[in-house]
Design a protein around this ligand. Sequence first.
Ligand SMILES: *Cc1c(COP(=O)(O)O)cnc(C)c1O
Length: 410
Amino acid sequence: MATINDNYLKLPGSYLFAEIARRVAAYKEAHPEADIIRLGIGDVTQPLPQACIEAMHKAVDDQAKAETFHGYGPEQGYSFLTEAIIKNNYTDRGIEIAPDEIFVSDGSKSDCGNIQEIFGLANKVAITDPVYPVYLDTNVMAGRTGELQKDGHFEGVVYLPCTAENNFAPALPKEHVDMLYLCCPNNPTGTTLSREELTKWVNYAKENETVILFDAAYAAYITEEDVPRSIYEIPGAKDVAIEFRSFSKTAGFTGTRCGYTIIPKTVKGRAADGSLVSFNKLWNRRHTTKFNGTAYIVQRGAAAIYTEEGQKQVKELVSYYMENARVIREGLKAAGLEAYGGVNAPYIWLKTPKNMSSWDFFDKLLTEANIVGTPGAGFGPCGEGYFRLTAFGSHENTKRAVARFAKLKF
Ligand SMILES: *Cc1c(COP(=O)(O)O)cnc(C)c1O
């Protein structure tokens, strides 16, 4: 009989969103009249920018005629898109990225999850805690960790706690790590690392020959000057960092699917024979072998965000959500709760009052205010005692939710 990859059995079931759905369904069954407002799931709700829609309609027409038809494209992405990305997000900000250092994909969840395939299995992995679960789970699947411990930590993984006490800026690890995942602006905490903090990490990576896997999915939401939009704004980062970006939150592409990864040719790792090999070369081999390119129509839609109209529309879209973030942040503070994030990210991370557990707070919010959020404990052991609200709802629902918060007694 075929055997299985036993590493998969180390993973707990996808408990978080299933458990949320179960509790909401049970409550609805008992209270069919309840008007539930969902501020839980990290998905956008507003339609795509008009410039993207128009570009995709035109691209559909291209596919209708032999002269303009596109079959398989370059796996790394069409140059009309990669050139626009490089110019707008890098060259214009003083960062040089070569055309063969960018890889377009169907979104950055796949890239963040698959990148570990080009790293050795013996590498020591560090993740911040709490964090987007993809980094950890894919390393568990690959066998780069031991078993899940009773305290919620996987054996063999270095966790970097991020709490209100350290202002959500993790301390450097005490032991050597080879791969380090950073998500900035952060999901779930909605907080960011300053230029100074990121410089500390880039210097650590240079000294320790660590590769930083930098997830910048929410870069478009940064409003403060001191927060780098790209890790390559930090001197030396091109030698140590791989950056992931996505059109999902930037332009509402969660259901349309497009992202990209930057791997400078100067980021290297050691082969078994001791020689240095560029990760760019390995990822190019992987990408061209396992991926056949993002749809032509979708890439046309993505490229449209870099037109003048597109830029304007994307800014409006981001502002729409960031206005919700402001309303939630200020509403929570007015209700006497401690809240973080929401300035450079569409997430607000609140400290549960009176040391309530994050699931108890979930139940209280659901039953007393009919609001659904996400318990922080679902993002890692240090998320316990915190709770995530998202700014991806409509203005109307966001305001209604905040008004309900004002009436809650803690
Ligand atoms: C939403 C999100 C992504 C982007 O995922 P896509 O696959 O591009 O939709 C990546 N990282 C984090 C932390 C996210 O929250």
